[in-house]
Design a protein around this ligand. Structure first.
Ligand SMILES: Nc1ncnc2c1ncn2[C@@H]1O[C@H](COP(=O)(O)OP(=O)(O)OP(=O)(O)O)[C@@H](O)[C@H]1O
Length: 207
């Protein structure tokens, strides 16, 4: 049985997704639902998120609201299905240069993660925890329909992690579908409606 995090029509659906050593994996995700992908280090969690975002070549079928991934140009797909790495890249000089032109889309999010002054900061000064919080802000500011969060609080202390979890909850309330990986069972309990457990690239039945 595929892991099922859908409530109504699926936002995202994967059928027999495979990218050795990952797969085959099948799942569905509905609007406003959160699917947690768990499993030991090296189980294939990041490979799964990257395959869903079309960042690596993969076999199988992935659909966004019934539209197959291969029928859409990659940038368009990634606008809808947005992957946020645990340690994502920053290429321009300042934080603001990575954000959309509409400041209203991201100023409140920056404030929510305790970084209201960070817009003019050079990216070279960012700590790993600041980078991680701002990566989530950067992704949410573009309002993707599906957000794929790879260990979104891995570099954060409890207080900063709570601000990111609050953003995640807010996005879920707004109807965003979220798939996250986590090594923190308590976080999975707090956020996830459904779980998918991987081991050595294969789906394990939920405990
Ligand atoms: N490009 C690649 N080609 C072949 N194997 C890869 C590739 N990238 C990663 N792997 C391997 O696939 C396995 C799964 O990697 P992945 O990064 O998805 O693990 P993970 O579950 O996210 O682990 P962690 O919890 O440590 O982040 C690992 O054994 C890794 O070495």
């Amino acid at each position: 049985m595929p892991a099922d995090a859908s409530q109504s029509a699926p936002l995202l659906e994967a059928r027999d997704l495979s990218r050795p050593p990952l797969g085959p994996v099948s799942l569905t995700l509905g609007a406003g639902r959160c699917l947690a992908v768990t499993g030991p280090s090296g189980a294939g969690k990041s490979l799964l998120l990257r395959a869903l975002a079309d960042l690596d070549p993969a076999e199988g079928t992935v659909l966004f609201q019934g539209t197959e991934r291969r029928t859409l140009p990659a940038p368009e797909w990634r606008r809808r299905v947005c992957y946020v790495a645990a340690d994502s890249g920053w290429w321009a000089e300042t934080v603001a240069e990575h954000m959309p032109a509409d400041k209203a889309a991201w100023r409140p999010l920056m404030q929510a993660v305790g970084l209201s002054d960070a817009a003019d900061w050079p990216v070279s000064r960012l700590s790993s925890g600041e980078r991680q919080r701002l990566s989530v802000v950067r992704a949410l500011a573009r309002r993707p329909a599906v957000l794929l969060l790879d260990e979104p609080t891995a570099n954060l202390d409890a207080e900063a992690a709570a601000t990111v979890e609050a953003l995640i909850r807010h996005a879920l309330d707004d109807g965003t579908g979220i798939i996250l990986t986590s090594h923190d069972p308590a976080q999975v309990d707090r956020l996830a409606d459904h779980r998918l457990r991987l081991r050595a690239g294969h789906m394990e039945p939920a405990p």
